[in-house]
Design a protein around this ligand. Structure first.
Ligand SMILES: [Cu+2]
Length: 492
């Protein structure tokens, strides 16, 4: 066990007051409800997604230079139904080359929006995106190699909800903006002027960019929302560049109903939920039982003063921040109970796998690796990152998968906790850090945590990803990804 792992393992739960959070939690701001573009009722022509620069006030009274999609900051909440094809016109008005990747979608490589589908400034990318998978919460973000971290941080990200017949008839809250909310959780850094800040240093390349301020749907937390008496559904996305979020409720356990790729077999009650960048979970909050309840985020903070001295020895301190406070009104809301079962989901069958592939994420920063990473267009400062010793290289295919095959992918790391993502699929986690994953991570996933020991997933690839439009697998700490902790594979 190395020093960092030791510190995390021993002290991650230490709670210290008085640590430095610059835009401290103050009054409750209203929860910004993401504007919804509902495609389920029909699509008229093409769907315009206009990527553009904007000015956005996160709630500190200062307008920050941001990027957005049809908005000043972030994108619209898109809602579509299984069976639809979404004809997007993605217009690049940001003044720099970009791409738009559909994270979580089961779609062919040539519409996946990965680093090979560059959109030049001023031009438009027009993929027809087929929605074949069942109900799930997905998202979209920049995947411009070398600039993914900065462009996504500045606001090129949004949520795509997929519904199906089962989810639309399920006995669950589903009135958007009333008892069904989508929360995009992010951490930001602000300059003393109040403007959003982003910078890259050696430490940022190593740890990923970590902000000191929690933001919910573009507003500095805590935010508040009144809801009717009944069950309330929260659909959560961790859209941080690098920060893992430890979620809990102020009152009672968290009731989890869905993970990245769809509903769990049955609701899972857990005291806390560890959510990596890129992950999605849906939870239910019982607002019949309590008058107020809050979603709380354990937020590791860099300490100052005395606490810096303490944490020098004990690792990061954790501050419990309120993300969202729900307050009940007298109105009657969703009257049902938490369902007993949610989806028909059998246990994963590893014997279906035809092949096992092994991947080791490399944090090593030797000179040779750094030179390779730089030569191959990765953005790294003076270090280098890799998978199986090879930093990302745009014109190299690392793995070739037979279409329709089920495989086991096993991932390990040489340092630190990383979130690993595979494009074009959902998978099931067989083991995480060499052990059974938490119950809430045993459904459909496209992200797995990797730290000590092997994390193993069972995955099936059903769509084509040709040589000119391969899928990616990568660490979802976006600075690691830009620095070369990414590989490419074809499916044919
Ligand atoms: Cu990483």
């Amino acid at each position: 066990m190395d020093r960092r792992t030791f510190l995390k393992a021993t002290c991650a739960s230490a709670v210290l007051a008085g640590t430095g959070v610059s835009w401290a939690q103050a009054g409750l701001r209203p929860l910004p409800v993401l504007p919804m573009t509902d495609l389920m009722s029909g699509i008229d022509g093409r769907i315009m997604l206009d990527m553009r620069p904007g000015l956005h006030d996160f709630g500190n009274g200062t307008k920050s230079a941001t990027l957005g999609i049809n908005n000043n900051y972030l994108g619209p909440l898109l809602r579509a139904k299984q069976g639809q094809t979404l004809p997007f016109d993605v217009k690049n008005g940001i003044g720099d080359t970009t791409t738009l990747h559909w994270h979580g979608l089961h779609i062919p490589g040539d519409v996946d929006g990965g680093p090979h589908q560059e959109i030049e400034p001023g031009s438009t990318w027009s993929p027809d995106v087929p929605i074949v998978q069942h109900a799930s919460m997905n998202w979209f973000h920049s995947h411009m190699h070398g600039k993914t971290a900065e462009q996504t941080y500045k606001g090129l990200a949004g949520v795509l909800l997929i519904e199906d017949d089962a989810s639309l008839s399920a006995d669950l809250p589903k009135t958007y903006g009333v008892d069904d909310f989508t929360l995009v959780l992010q951490d930001k850094m602000f300059k003393p002027s109040g403007e959003m800040d982003y910078f890259l240093t050696g430490e940022v390349f190593e740890e990923g960019f970590v902000g000191d301020t929690l933001v919910v749907n573009g507003a500095i937390a805590p935010v508040g929302q009144s809801v009717p008496t009944g069950l309330v559904r929260l659909r959560l996305l961790n859209a941080c560049n690098a920060r893992f979020l430890r979620l809990s409720m102020a009152s009672g356990p968290i009731t989890v109903i869905a993970s990245d790729g769809g509903f769990l077999k049955a609701p899972v009650e857990t005291e806390s939920l560890l959510m990596s960048p890129g992950e999605r979970y849906e939870i239910l909050v019982d607002m019949k039982a309590v008058e107020t309840n809050s979603l709380v985020v354990g937020f590791e903070v860099e300490a100052e003063g005395f606490f810096a001295f303490v944490t020098e020895f004990f690792g990061e301190s954790v501050q419990e921040l309120t993300a969202l406070t729900l307050t009940r009104t007298a109105d009657k809301g969703f009257d049902g109970a938490v369902p007993k079962t949610l989806a028909n989901l059998s246990a994963p069958d590893p014997s279906a796998a035809k092949k096992t592939r092994s991947f080791t994420l490399n944090m090593g920063n030797g000179e040779e690796l750094a030179a390779l990473a730089a030569n191959w267009g990765n953005v790294c400062g003076s270090g280098g990152m890799a998978i199986n010793g090879q930093p990302m290289k745009m014109d190299r295919i690392d793995e070739r998968v037979q279409k329709g095959d089920t495989e086991i992918w096993r991932i390990s790391v040489d340092d630190m906790l990383h979130p690993f993502h595979i494009h074009g699929c959902s998978f099931r986690i067989l083991s995480e850090h060499g052990a059974e994953p938490p119950a809430y991570a045993q459904g459909w996933k496209d992200m797995v945590h990797v730290e000590n020991g092997w994390s193993e997933v069972l995955v099936k690839f059903d769509y084509d990803a040709p040589e000119h439009a391969p899928y990616m697998y990568h660490c979802h700490i976006l600075e690691h990804e830009d620095c070369g902790m990414m590989g490419q594979f074809t499916v044919a």
